[in-house]
Design a protein around this ligand. Sequence first.
Ligand code: AMP
Ligand code: GLY
Length: 423
Amino acid sequence: MKVLLIGSGGREHALAWKIAQSPKLTALYAAPGNPGIAEEATIVAIDVDNQQAVVDFCRRTAIDFVIVGPEAPLVAGLADTLRAAGIAVFGPSAAAAQLEGSKGFTKDLCAKYGIPTGAYKRFTEAEAAKAYVREQGAPIVIKADGLAAGKGVTVAMTLDEALAAVDECFAGAFGPAGAEVVVEAYLDGEEASFFCLCDGKNALPLASAQDHKRVGDGDTGPNTGGMGAYSPAPVMTAEMVERTMKEIIEPTMRGMAESGYPFTGVYFAGLMITQNGPELIEYNVRFGDPECQVLMMRMKSDLLPLLYAAATGTLGEMSVDWRDEAALTVVIASRGYPGAYEKNTPITALPGESATTKVFHAGTAMKDDQLVATGGRVLNVTGMGKSVSEAKDAAYAALRGVSWENGFYRHDIGWRAVARETA
Ligand code: AMP
Ligand code: GLY
């Protein structure tokens, strides 16, 4: 099978690394790619925002299957364009990608299909939203409706903070994404990410992970795209997985199909495990980054046929095997991230690979034969072990082999699971 992978982050490096191991693969291409992905795939210079250019490349190169990593091209309809051209593609249609693209859409689906989630209301003007916030009181959660690069959510512990967040959204802080605001009840519990493949009518649960969104040790400071992750998430017991499938994933799959938007691809459910069980915080319609990196380390099965089955409606015949080990990844980011940071700073050494560690590239590039950092999140140093503690030790030991002066990382990735293991 000839495959084109779309994307350029650590997630796509992990996917490329795993797909490259498939006996079914005959050639792997990637765009835009990065230097890590270039070790596994042929990088092609196509503009991935130009959907016709992607179709033309696929025809010219006889690509059998396209795998889309990030959400933006899905929300823009790349999967629709490819399918219309008769090319198999992993990833939902633009209509089904509204599950991630519009929080209001997802909330309405939850209401209609009885999917547990925080009570909410949608607003298009500030005064009504603020009146509702005053009526509900704090803590309360304010969300810009559209895609805001993970920054459109304020978990307000006080009324003043909540009212300020409403004003900020309507004042245009998140651009068009904030033209509509969702006000949502605060959910108390432990968060987990849950991943599940879907072909429109069959769902195949993958695995769970936990992410660290805050930039600083002790889960402090501003939110980021994720500073590290581990899998499995101890809070996702077999019982919680079964309940999540029954109470959240299956009704979503049915709801999407009945609404005329059958979902194919991967459901990334952001969950809060509350006293009442799993409740949905949000859906993403692609693998998590860096959650994908730890999932790929743990997956024993061949990934390529699983993704192809999700794309072609044959997931019902598939199963998936996992290693018993835990995996943990630490993100090294450019100093200043998630704010402004310097670009093109040199990375002069990376650790050698071992059976239990792997460095995935995110925002890196080659400039004049020198590896440089070009993004906010730059490297994902990943380790495996019999426990999360062992995986953590492996990852942090490998991290000492990185020489990059402008990089920083959190020192406590996995702390919740480690505390459980050592209790
Ligand atoms: P989201 O972009 O929807 O994933 O939200 C970002 C983060 O805000 C989540 O990962 C949670 O930590 C937090 N969050 C979102 N919604 C809620 C909620 N209803 N209750 C508590 N925390 C929330
Ligand atoms: N790590 C969170 C995300 O991919 O959205």
